[in-house]
Ligand binder design. Structure first.
Ligand code: GTP
Ligand code: MG
Length: 231
């Protein structure tokens, strides 16, 4: 999959303010500072498309980016769990993110980003459980691979898989990335290309059906080996 063009469209505070489209979209979520906006810039080959920052809490709204003249969208979300925000603000961000994940019918896959430098964190596992329990289609993206050795990355990924397997029978698709080194780009774009095809196929077969369920079912049939495909 080639990204020929990527253009910022709009920022929304609530899911019902998001653009009214009929194409699949791919959103990026995870703790503040995990590298969501950087990953979007790496995927689109545009260092200034999504705003990044060394300080956590940079992205505050639901940001839509139109890809390849509107064939599909990338969505940058605010991070969850940023302690310095205070409880009220944290809750209002959680509502924004959960509302988006649950209600956005165009959501073909929510990429949940995990910093590969750390062992599994409760807040990430809880968010993934929330997605699983509510049928939100996810893939996991381990970020900042350039900051640790392959051995540490493998170790933390295997701890993470074991935690998920305590609760879930199947693992979601997984990717290991570095925005700094442009690692994992092709694997994610190939996955998006495949998911777009499933989306369009389902739409033509059952226009009335809930597309999110179709995409999730199909991806779970074929995945969990993507980590190995990344060189
Ligand atoms: P919020 O919008 O605040 O939730 O953060 P975010 O998840 O969008 O993170 P962002 O992309 O702004 O990156 C946070 C910091 O991590 C920045 O200083 C980035 O340069 C750095 N960073 C992101 N990805 C990588 C990576 O793959 N490798 C390295 N070394 N640094 C990274
Ligand atoms: Mg951001």
């Amino acid at each position: 999959m080639e990204i020929k063009n990527a253009k910022y469209e709009i920022s929304s505070a609530k899911v019902n303010q998001c653009p009214d489209t009929n194409v699949p979209e791919y959103a990026f979520i995870g703790r503040s500072n995990v590298g969501k906006s950087s990953l979007i810039n790496m995927l689109t080959n545009n260092g200034s498309l999504a705003k990044t920052s060394q300080k956590p809490g940079k992205t505050l709204l639901i940001n839509h980016f139109k890809i390849n003249n509107g064939d599909w969208y990338i969505v940058d979300l605010p991070g969850y769990g940023y302690a310095a925000r205070g409880k009220d603000q944290r809750q209002s961000f959680a509502r924004m993110i959960e509302g988006y994940a649950l209600e956005r019918r165009q959501l073909a896959c929510l990429f949940v980003l995990i910093d590969v430098r750390h062992s599994p964190q409760k807040i990430d596992l809880e968010f993934i459980d929330f997605c699983g329990e509510n049928g939100v289609p996810i893939a996991i993206v381990f970020t900042k691979a350039d900051k640790v050795s392959q051995k540490v990355a493998d170790h933390n990924i295997s701890l993470f898989k074991n935690e998920l397997l305590e609760k879930w029978e199947e693992l979601p698709p997984m990717f290991l990335t570095s925005s700094e080194k442009k690692k994992g780009r092709d694997a994610i774009l190939d996955f998006i290309e495949k998911t777009n095809a499933i989306w369009h196929q389902s739409l033509s077969e059952n226009p009335e059906e809930n597309l999110k369920e179709e995409v999730e079912k199909d991806n779970n049939d074929t995945t969990s080996t993507n980590i190995d495909q990344i060189s």
